[in-house]
Design a protein. Structure first.
Length: 233
């Protein structure tokens, strides 16, 4: 499509182009304040080890070192691999919420569902906590570590004989998190998508429109042009 043809299309269908963009703008208005001044969020990252070591007995000084260490290390890796699935579950959020309630901090479990994330590498478990209150996130992170240390036996039946031993490697340190890119670019992106949808609708309407408007439209039909009436100025 030539630029001049596209310009004529915009002049004729401007309302169709503007309508989806206007709807997107109205839906985005509540979040525009967060785009200009995004809320401050805080995060905690703590590394932990977790294992249920077997009661390996050293038979003597000639027992190979690997025989007494490899099996506990391997068991530790299996334990750590499963921990993130529990940390991101509803049951974990409920346990943390109940523990916080005992400390007179009332945070529903539903609000805590998205506060936790976790990752694992070999025998190291990394706990991530994100929250919007600097004072509450410290208590939430500490409660999460306590739940990992004291309640794992309830949710892992394979550890019924011996609970998992969880040891925190890092202190709970609260840091301010940078706002996600979606908080800043999300509203603008939605408006651009609405505008693009409007342009698409205008092109579709123009394609389906069989109205003859210009000399070139008539000539495209193979008909001769006898005369033209210039537009009134």
């Amino acid at each position: 499509m030539e630029l001049i043809a596209f310009w004529h299309l915009v002049k004729r269908r401007w309302w169709l182009i503007a309508l989806p963009a206007a709807v997107a703008l109205l839906l985005t208005l509540p979040s525009l304040a967060d785009m200009v001044d995004p809320p401050i969020t805080y995060s905690v990252q703590a590394r932990l080890t977790a294992a249920a070591p077997p009661d390996a007995e050293i038979e003597g000084v000639t027992t190979p070192y690997e025989d007494t260490v490899y099996v506990p290390l391997l068991a530790s890796e299996y334990v750590v691999v499963n921990m993130p699935h529990w940390i991101t579950s509803d049951s974990f959020a409920d346990e943390v919420s109940q523990l916080l309630a005992k400390q007179h901090i009332d945070i529903p479990a539903d609000d805590l569902d998205t506060a936790f994330a976790a990752d694992s590498f070999r025998s190291i478990l990394t706990l991530y906590v994100g929250w919007d209150d600097q004072n509450e996130i410290r208590a939430i992170a500490q409660a999460a570590i306590t739940v990992l240390q004291t309640r794992n036996q309830t949710y892992f039946p394979q550890f019924a004989a011996e609970p998992v031993q969880v040891v925190a490697l890092d202190d709970v340190e609260v840091t301010e998190s940078a706002p996600p890119i979606t908080a800043r670019a999300g509203p603008l992106l939605r408006i651009c998508v609405g505008l693009a949808a409007g342009v698409g609708l205008a092109i579709l309407a123009e394609y389906l429109d069989r109205t003859v408007r210009t000399r070139s439209d008539i000539e495209a039909l193979g008909l001769p042009v006898i005369a033209e009436i210039p537009p009134e100025r």
